[in-house]
Write a protein of this length. Structure first.
Ligand code: FAD
Length: 532
């Protein structure tokens, strides 16, 4: 195999090693892909993860998941300032640790709506992404310990999923109040609700033995990590893919303070998440040629969609009530959610508020409304938009791999998103102020009965990420698509993407489970292509 590349000269002092497959990024999807490929003992797999070991208390204990935000296990990205958020620059946390988001997240397992996958299949022109097809992959991934449902739920898979034990009483009262406004209360939000118009309940969680996190590192990777055909390097930051003409042959990465290089005889898989997957592509010369040329990066393949189509769910901080008698948070501190439509004519639910078992305000709304310093003295129903129409993008800021990318999130960039979230705030207030909640409410703290321009200002001061950054290297068939239905990067051989960046449109609900699904699907496609 030739290892000459047209992009980067080979430094003379690099370490070299050769594998069959290199997976770049050991996050949610990357752990799944590496595990599934390494199941064949004859296949040599290298997994490169920029973060460190996930076996620390802040990861292992599901109750303290929020303490990872802002820590060394968070990339600590921020959105660029934007007028749509009154000039704010909200943080965009993402996991930087083995297991990625699945090691730091809020542990909700939400598979997405039937319509999400049917529309992906349409975008890809590939029925293998339809809901009926992905259901089989979900069932293979799951070890569901909840109400049995042979059609929809799987048992015996790597990912233990259950219902939180003994949720806070306010969660049950919220179910009663939501049901009273026509949102049916269900036992399992991942069952028929994901084929219907609405539903409320206690979310599924990836927690075992009360408070032990199930991450994709411990579910998928740890059981095979001692195998000699799998090499996992932590603290290994991938900079670019080496190309031999139009073929991906290796990666340049930094490890132990040194520049390294590894080669793959079969394929390279990018699983670095929705911010760094497009960054690696662009630094490899794969992206919009005008942008690459502007930064002096040699163009290997013009692919204008790289870094475009950024999507995230929007979480609003928040609708807050002071507890009549405070209850300490339990389990993952988020034991109630609902799916509903802001407009009955929409095909898919677009709203997904979530209970936060504490006072939850933004850097503007918290002080303005005088939220209590003792956060546990209040509870929040945080409005959430899960079918945003705003689109952002990720752009280069320099031509060194250490230069960060600029994230133009464009939250609330459309009137439709603003309208949907105004409706969502109203709905959350209606539910939170309903008779069923009176035993849990001393008084409403935020936002109160704001209307019109005042409510919109509150929204723009309060909106931020739901932590679900996706869609920046979308799967599809149009000129802005980056991968095809088999997750292969257009125009480049031997290079696939398997992470949240391939979503053409973001799913209805939290995004960890869909990223597991993407990992399972990618592994099937790769194994099929190489007959392994
Ligand atoms: C605080 C928080 C709370 C969340 N709560 C929930 C929740 O409750 N439920 C839910 O479903 N989802 C939740 N999410 C979102 C969910 O975890 C993510 O959508 C999902 O993990 C994304 O998976 P991924 O494979 O696309 O990327 P990631 O899991 O982010 O994996 C990318 C991996 O690549 C690594 N990496 C990045 N750049 C490089 C590089 N250059 N070289 C090598 N490695 C690199 C990263 O360190 C990371 O490990 C949350 C996320 C966060 C951050």
């Amino acid at each position: 195999m030739s290892t000459d590349t047209n992009a980067t000269p080979m430094p003379s002092d690099v370490d070299r090693a050769t594998y069959d497959f290199i997976v770049c990024g050991g996050g949610t999807a990357g752990c799944v892909v590496a595990r599934r490929l390494a199941e064949d003992p004859s296949v040599r797999v290298l997994l490169l993860e920029a973060g460190g070991d996930e076996r620390v208390p802040a990861v292992g204990d599901s109750r303290v998941w929020m303490s990872n935000i802002g820590s060394e296990r968070d990339w600590q990205f921020r959105a660029e300032p934007s007028a749509t958020l009154n000039g704010r620059t909200p943080p965009l946390p993402m996991g930087k640790v083995l297991g990625g988001g699945s090691s730091v997240n809020g542990l909700i397992w939400a598979r997405g709506h039937k319509n999400d996958f049917d529309s992906w299949a349409e975008a890809a022109g590939d029925p293998g992404w339809r809901y009926e097809a992905v259901l089989d992959l979900y069932k293979r991934a799951e070890d569901w310990d909840g109400p049995a449902n042979a059609r929809l739920r799987g048992v015996g898979g790597p990912v233990y999923v259950t219902l939180p034990k003994d949720p806070v009483p306010v969660a049950h009262a919220l179910m009663e109040a939501a049901a009273a406004v026509g949102i049916p209360a269900v036992d399992d939000l991942n069952a028929e609700t994901m084929e219907s118009e609405s539903g409320c309940g206690i979310p599924n969680v990836t927690v075992r033995d009360g408070n032990v996190r199930v991450s994709m590192a411990n579910a998928y990777l740890r059981p095979v990590m001692a195998q000699s055909n799998l090499t996992v390097l932590l603290g290994a930051r991938v900079e670019r893919v080496r190309l031999d003409g139009r073929r991906a042959v290796g990666v340049d990465y930094v490890h132990d303070g040194g520049q390294r290089c590894a080669f793959a005889s079969a394929e390279i898989v990018l699983s670095a998440g929705a911010i760094h997957t497009p960054k690696i592509l662009m630094f490899s010369g794969i992206g919009d040629e005008r942008q690459l040329k502007a930064f002096g990066i040699p163009v290997a393949h013009h692919l204008p969609g790289v870094g475009q189509n950024f999507q995230d769910h929007i979480l609003v901080a928040g609708c807050v009530w002071e507890y009549r008698s405070p209850e300490p948070p339990r389990n993952n501190s988020a034991e109630f959610t609902f799916f509903a439509k802001s407009d009955p004519s929409l095909p898919t639910p677009d709203l997904q508020p979530v209970l936060e078992e504490c006072a939850f305000g933004s850097e503007i709304t918290g002080p303005r409304f005088g939220l209590p310093a003792d956060r546990a003295s209040a509870w929040t129903l945080a409005p959430g938009l899960v079918q945003p129409t705003s689109r952002g993008h990720v752009a280069l800021t320099g031509n060194r791999a250490s230069d960060p990318v600029a994230i133009h999130a464009n939250f609330l960039g459309t009137a439709q998103d603003v309208q949907a979230l105004v409706r969502c705030i109203e709905l959350c207030r209606e539910i939170g102020n309903a008779p069923a909640l009176r035993p849990f409410v001393k008084r409403e703290l935020m936002p109160g009965p704001l209307r019109g321009a005042e409510l919109e200002t509150f929204l723009r001061d309060a909106a931020g990420t739901y932590f679900h950054q996706t869609c920046t290297a979308k799967m599809g068939r149009d000129a802005m698509s980056v991968v095809d239905g088999t997750l292969r990067v257009y125009g480049i051989e031997g290079l696939r993407i398997a992470d949240g960046s391939i979503m053409p449109t973001i799913t209805t609900g939290n995004t960890m489970a869909p990223c597991v699904l993407i990992g399972e699907k990618a592994a099937d496609l790769i194994r099929g292509a190489h007959r392994i």
